[in-house]
Design a binder for this molecule. Structure first.
Ligand code: ADP
Length: 426
């Protein structure tokens, strides 16, 4: 068995976002964390998304990791490759979108690829090569202040041109409007002029469909998770993909239910308050964690007792901005974060070992800490709970039944996310 689509994502939650869209459009999908070994079985899926941490690391590292992921995906027989980055084109002054795309193209021996970051349902659109977040240009959207990848220019042709020695072109909306064939001709004309990278305008889902069709013969496409919505339909039309009734079907969940939250985002704080009105919870305090192991022990005792009923039970460090600032002032930003991440990772590992089988984690960094504490490297992607957040399932050596896991980054999810997640899980 071979896979249809092999994707390389430049960060963890971005990988989940793409995988979620692929499942929703009819592909069975596996997310792997880092480049897997040759023994991983992909016989039951149509797509694999390899999650790297290549967004803001040095460009040569990002290139090396991406090429290793490509080699692995090629060995799985993927028919098309997808380099996935953020819908806000998050990159540093040196890359890594340009260098990684160049390296992948060179390795695949192709002379052109498209750049389709847009995700219209989330308000990310591209017009005349300029990226908008809602009604704001990218450089006026808040992204200009991002700590690692500040985006100070919305003109993606110019942004990408600073990351690659090769010419960058544009597929404007006026061309897409005439459909896939005209778009293909436009791309071919650009290719004749030596244009290797083409930034693509995208205003809506229809544009994504046109682009997916125009690029169906390209070995490599690049973009945000929006393009992932449109590709599976092309694969079905090409006869590469069967109609799959329930691509997000997972094995029935079992075991007690736990929520771990290290996110202090506004949406998470509301979700924590909503949960605590109905279910038990334990608040972790980084200042107490800094004083030794007593608080972690107390949290464990509390969780063990409360989980006897099956849960759901919440352990959280989530706190309002003033409390967070106070802890950071005493401990330093990084140390406060590490204490919390380490504690939540240890809680996850211990409690899963003792019978938790349904786990919700809130926070992007927190999710990373829990995933590594549990030593997970493969997630099968299930049904979506809320936009961008699916249930997933992982096999652990310590558990016979799979672990059901939902990883929610900060601002995702409705106010009742922590309770509804368990209600929708079969
Ligand atoms: P989000 O997805 O909401 O950004 P993250 O988990 O990525 O959430 O980041 C939140 C960070 O804040 C983590 O490093 C976490 O350990 C840290 N943190 C959580 N609670 C507190 C707290 N009470 N005080 C200080 N830092 C905290």
């Amino acid at each position: 068995m071979t896979i249809v689509l092999g994707a390389i994502a430049d960060d963890f939650t971005g990988a989940t976002d793409l995988a979620n869209n692929l499942v929703r459009s009819g592909m069975r999908c596996l997310q792997v964390i880092g480049v897997p070994g040759p023994e991983l079985d992909v016989s039951e899926v149509d797509a694999v998304v390899v999650a790297l941490k290549s967004r803001s690391c040095p460009a040569d590292e990002a290139v090396a990791d991406s090429l290793a992921a490509l080699a692995w995906l090629q060995a799985q027989g993927a028919r098309q490759f997808f380099f996935k980055y953020c819908s806000t084109f998050d990159s540093t002054a040196r890359g890594n979108i340009g260098p990684v795309a160049d390296a992948l193209m060179e390795r695949l021996g192709v002379t052109q690829t498209v750049m389709v970051p847009a995700f219209p349902v989330n308000g990310r659109t591209v017009y005349q090569g300029h990226l908008f977040v809602g009604d704001r240009l990218l450089n006026d959207s808040g992204m200009q202040h991002h700590p690692l990848t500040p985006m100070t220019d919305a003109d993606l042709v110019r942004v990408l041109a600073s990351q690659t020695p090769h010419p960058v072109g544009l597929a404007p909306r006026s061309v897409l409007d005439h459909g896939a064939e005209t778009t293909r001709q436009h791309l071919a004309a650009l290719a004749e002029q030596g244009v290797r990278h083409v930034i693509c305008d995208t205003l809506d889902e229809h544009d994504l469909d046109v682009l997916a069709e125009a690029c169906e013969a390209m070995p490599l496409v690049t973009g945000g998770s929006g393009l992932g919505q449109a590709l599976p339909d092309r694969y079905r039309r090409l006869g590469w993909l069967d109609e799959i009734a329930e691509p997000g079907r997972l094995q029935p969940a079992s075991g007690s239910a736990l929520v771990l939250s290290g996110s202090c985002s506004r949406a998470t704080l509301a979700q924590v308050a909503h949960f605590l009105a109905q279910h038990p919870g334990f608040a972790l305090d980084p200042l107490a964690l800094a004083e030794g192991g007593a608080q972690l022990e107390a949290a464990l005792d509390f969780a063990r007792e409360a989980l006897k009923s099956g849960g759901p039970v919440l352990v959280y460090a989530s706190a309002d901005p003033e409390k967070v600032k106070a802890a950071q002032a005493r401990l330093g930003v990084e140390h406060a974060g590490q204490l919390v991440e380490r504690a939540l990772g240890q809680l996850a590992a211990t409690l899963v070992n003792e019978g938790v089988g349904r786990l919700v984690v809130a926070g992007g960094e927190t999710s990373g800490a829990v995933v590594s504490a549990l030593k997970l490297n493969t997630l099968r992607i299930g049904e979506q709970i809320d936009p961008g957040v699916p249930w997933t399932q992982a096999h652990l050596e310590s558990r016979e039944a799979p672990l059901s896991l939902a990883l929610k980054s900060g601002n995702f999810g409705g106010v009742d996310f922590f309770t509804r997640a368990f209600e929708v899980l079969p």
